[in-house]
Design a protein around this ligand. Structure first.
Ligand code: SF4
Length: 418
């Protein structure tokens, strides 16, 4: 093997993969079997580069050659960039060597599309299959499903990968038509539907046959680019909601667009990466998944952008003061979790504690509540002097001033995360 050339390829193809943030390894448990190598358990694969992007796995493209010309992508065919492609054996060998040296916990393998979707997908599948069957590799494997690849190959991919993902990238049809006219939203969604159906089928057969194989046990995910196509936050949140409800996705990842390419369809090079917007979208995503919010509750039609000055739950509470104050002693769980400053874990503790105690602000603090926000929205058995602000005209500004976040001064630029 020519290690110098391999090193070059690694440098090119790891660099090309860094803008894909959908590499979380959460949600899987793969025990070491057959005296193989490695375990994949929740949370072991998370680390971040200095610009805040997750590179916890061996995160590479199989190739950055691509037959497509998506304006936002450094691998697009018209971009004058250095190209490379691994062989199946090279990716397998790198993964095993890195794993043995404890550099990585698993593999995140994406790819440009070369020759055809099936040609590319077949190679990704062969990597995972070789790792699992020949090398008994039990570490985490995340594979991309290539849009347009056959259902048979996607099926095979799910048998060997822990997670599958297919990046939608551009959230709106009009944005996609502008930036990637060769692509189509419905074609992109097709593999997501195939994977969802297979996950259901395999889960059913697992119930009946203990030894039935698992199919993409960590589910599937996608990534949306934020800020490349003039989409609104409401459009992004609606699409995420659609994916969670209709496609059973485990995660939607949001990636603030990093302007690197000269193209008058895109934000100019030097435009700040919308990191705070990305952060607010992640917070909204939590509201969808864990707090029972609908997309339209998070943002109304006539207000389609998230408030960058405060988190979306606080913004909702400020807009809907008619629901407050919430009586902490008797309100249902679904309302307790809507109180700003109270997360699901604290809400559960409150539900237990209030059976035995008449709760006060001090109790809430002890239970883990961010009382600097919650105090304006909760009622107790006794008086709460902070409630007098709730009906003030300038309530929003007042509350935001009192609950300054670490993002307040940096909302127009790149965040310093570490
Ligand atoms: S198909 Fe994927 S790799 Fe190819 S140009 Fe488009 S986004 Fe980039």
């Amino acid at each position: 093997m020519n290690y110098e050339r391999l090193q070059q390829k690694l440098s090119i193809l790891a660099d090309a993969a860094k803008y894909d943030v959908s590499c979380s390894s959460s949600g899987t448990k793969r025990k070491n079997t057959q005296k193989g190598l490695g375990n994949a358990v929740s949370g072991i694969c998370h680390s971040y580069t200095e610009d805040g992007r997750c590179v916890s796995l061996l995160k590479i493209l199989f190739t950055n050659h691509c037959i497509y010309d998506c304006a936002y992508c450094t691998s697009r065919r018209s971009n004058d960039t250095e190209r490379a492609a691994f062989t199946v054996e090279e990716v397998v060998d790198l993964t095993m060597q890195f794993y043995r040296r404890n550099y990585i916990e698993g593999l995140f393998l994406s790819s440009g599309i070369f020759k055809s979707p099936d040609y590319t997908m077949e190679r990704l599948v062969r990597v995972a299959k070789t790792l699992r069957l020949e090398h008994k590799f039990n570490g985490y494997i995340h594979l991309k499903t290539i849009p347009g690849a056959s259902a048979e190959l996607i099926h095979e991919a799910g048998l060997y990968a822990d997670r599958l993902s297919m990046n939608m990238e551009i959230p709106t049809k009009s944005g996609l038509a502008l930036l990637a006219p060769e692509k189509d939203h419905e074609v992109l969604k097709a593999p997501l539907k195939t994977v969802q159906e297979q996950i259901v089928v395999f889960k059913e057969s697992k119930k009946q046959h203990k030894h039935a194989p698992r199919f993409a046990p960590a589910g599937q995910s996608t990534q949306l680019i934020v800020g490349a196509a003039q989409e609104t936050d409401l459009q992004i949140i609606r699409l995420s909601n659609h994916f969670y409800k209709d496609y059973g996705l485990k995660r939607v990842f949001y990636s603030g667009y990093v302007p690197m390419l000269n193209d008058n369809r895109l934000p100019a090079i030097g435009t700040p990466v919308p990191m705070v917007r990305e952060h607010r979208l992640y917070q909204s995503d939590w509201l969808l998944r864990f707090y029972g919010f609908d997309a339209e509750e998070i943002l109304p039609d006539d207000h389609p952008f998230l408030d960058l000055d405060c988190d979306p739950k606080l913004a909702w509470a400020i807009r809907h003061r008619e629901h407050f104050p919430v009586n902490i002693q008797i309100a249902p769980y679904k309302m307790i979790i809507r109180i700003p400053g109270i997360g699901t874990r604290t809400a559960k503790k409150i539900m237990k504690a209030r059976k035995f105690t008449t709760l006060t602000l001090d109790h809430l603090k002890q239970l883990g509540c961010a009382v600097n926000r919650a105090k304006y929205f909760v009622a107790f058995r006794g008086p709460n002097a902070h409630l007098r602000y709730l009906t003030q005209d300038n309530f929003r500004n007042f509350v935001i001033a009192q609950t300054q976040t670490k993002f307040s001064d940096e909302r127009h630029g790149q965040l310093v995360l570490f």
